[in-house]
Design a protein around this ligand. Structure first.
Ligand SMILES: *Cc1c(COP(=O)(O)O)cnc(C)c1O
Length: 346
C-alpha cells in the first residue's frame, strides 16, 4: 500500500524536527503574568510583521477573531461580513454567543466584498437598527477558494469605515499565502486595518496558535477577553517557539504549496470530470465541482480514502483539496494518478 496523501487541510501537517527542537529549547515563564520571554518575543515579531502597535498570542484562529469582535463591539451592535466568512460559518456561532452581535451578511464574489456593497449595508443611526460597529473581511478567503483581496478593495473599504467611524478587521488566517502569491508585504494590507489575525497553525506549520494585532489599547482589552475565554496560558513559550520558527522558516516555501495546488487542479480538470468552482485558483485551497464524475462529493471522498487520498467533501457537490508542508510535488502528481485509477479505468 502506498503512503497516505492527506489533503484535508493545511492544519494536518506535523511540526518538523527543527521546529520541535526549537520548541524543546524555548525559554519559558508564566505568560499570564507576562513572564514568558518567548511569547513576548513572538508578540513583538508578529506586531512588527503587521506594522501594528501590539499583538496577542492566542490558542486558535477562532479565539483571535472572537476576542477582536468582542473588543470592538457591544451586545446589540451589528457587524458586516461576507456570507461565507469563517467567523460566521465555522466559529460555533461565537459572534452571537460571546459578543451578542448580529452579523449582517453580504454575498461576495469568491468571498470578496466591495466598498460599495458595504456602504449600502451600513445602518443609519436610529431606533430601528443595531449600529454597524465593525466590518470584517477574510484574506485569503477560505470558502471563496483561497481567494486574495485586491489591495485597492481593502483601501476603499478602509476609507469608507474611517469616514463612518466603523472599525475594520481582517481574518488573516492565511494572509501569508496571499503575500506569497502576490509578492506583497503583509503591511500592504494591514496598513488599512484596525485589527488583523494570522494563524501559525495552517500553512506556516506550527502546532498551536494564532495572533491578533492592533493598537496597544485594543490589545490590552483583548488580553482580558482572552483570559475570560480560557485562553490565558502559562509556559506557552513552548508552543510560541514553534510559531517563531514558522515565521523564520516557513513563509517563503508557501509558494510551493500553491504550485502543488495547481498540479492537483490542472491534473483533475484535465480528466474532464471536474471543474474548479470558483474557476480561479490563487493559493493552496482547491475546490472542485465533482458533478461529472458520476459520484457525489461524499462517495468520491470515501472511495479515494480507500486509495489513500484524504480530503473533505462539501454538501454543495464540491470537494476541497488543500496543499501544505507535508505534501510534496511527487505526492500531488501521485494523488492525480490515484483519482485517474478510480475514475478512468474501464
Ligand atoms: C482556520 C481558519 C481560522 C481559525 O481556525 P481555528 O481552527 O480556530 O484555528 C480562521 N479563519 C479562517 C479563514 C480559517 O481558515
Amino acid at each position: 500500500m502506498s503512503s497516505t496523501i492527506d489533503l484535508r487541510s493545511d492544519t494536518v501537517r506535523k511540526p518538523s524536527p527543527g521546529m520541535r527542537r526549537a520548541m524543546a529549547e524555548a525559554e519559558v515563564g508564566d505568560d499570564v503574568a507576562r513572564d514568558d520571554p518567548t511569547v513576548r518575543k513572538l508578540e513583538e515579531v508578529a506586531a512588527e510583521l503587521y506594522g501594528m502597535e501590539a499583538a496577542l498570542y492566542v490558542p486558535s484562529g477562532t479565539m483571535a477573531n472572537q476576542v477582536a469582535i468582542k473588543t470592538w463591539t457591544q451586545a446589540g451592535d451589528e457587524l458586516i461580513a461576507e456570507a461565507h466568512a469563517h467567523i460566521f460559518h465555522y466559529e460555533s456561532a461565537a459572534i452571537a454567543a460571546i459578543s451578542g452581535v448580529q452579523p449582517h451578511l453580504i454575498e461576495g464574489t469568491r468571498g470578496i466584498i466591495t466598498a460599495d456593497q458595504v456602504a449600502a449595508r451600513i445602518r443609519p443611526l436610529n431606533v430601528h437598527h443595531g449600529p454597524t460597529r465593525l466590518v470584517c473581511i477574510e484574506n485569503t478567503h477560505n470558502r471563496g477558494g483561497g481567494s486574495i483581496y485586491p489591495v485597492d478593495v481593502v483601501r476603499d473599504i478602509a476609507a469608507l469605515t474611517e469616514e463612518r467611524g466603523i472599525r475594520f478587521h481582517m481574518d488573516g488566517a492565511r494572509l501569508m499565502n496571499a503575500c506569497a502569491a502576490t509578492g506583497r508585504k503583509p503591511t500592504d494590507y494591514t496598513q488599512y486595518l484596525d485589527s488583523a489575525t494570522l494563524c501559525f497553525s495552517k500553512g506556516l506549520g506550527a502546532p498551536v496558535g494564532s495572533m491578533v494585532a492592533g493598537p496597544a489599547d485594543f490589545i490590552e482589552q483583548a488580553r482580558r477577553w482572552r483570559k475570560m475565554m480560557g485562553g490565558g496560558m502559562r509556559q506557552a513559550g513552548i508552543i510560541a517557539a514553534g510559531a517563531l520558527y514558522a515565521l523564520e522558516h516557513n513563509i517563503e516555501r508557501l509558494a510551493e504549496d500553491h504550485e502543488n495546488a495547481r498540479i492537483l487542479a490542472h491534473g483533475l480538470v484535465e480528466t474532464g470530470l471536474f471543474d474548479l468552482r470558483p474557476p480561479e485558483l490563487d493559493t493552496n485551497l482547491v475546490f472542485l465541482d465533482v458533478g461529472r464524475s458520476g459520484m457525489t462529493a461524499f462517495e468520491l471522498r470515501d472511495a479515494m480514502a480507500e486509495r489513500g487520498v484524504l480530503f473533505y467533501a462539501e454538501g454543495d457537490g464540491r470537494i476541497r483539496l488543500v496543499t501544505h508542508l507535508d505534501v510534496s510535488r511527487e505526492q500531488a502528481l501521485d494523488a492525480v494518478e490515484r483519482f485517474k485509477d478510480l475514475l478512468l479505468t474501464v
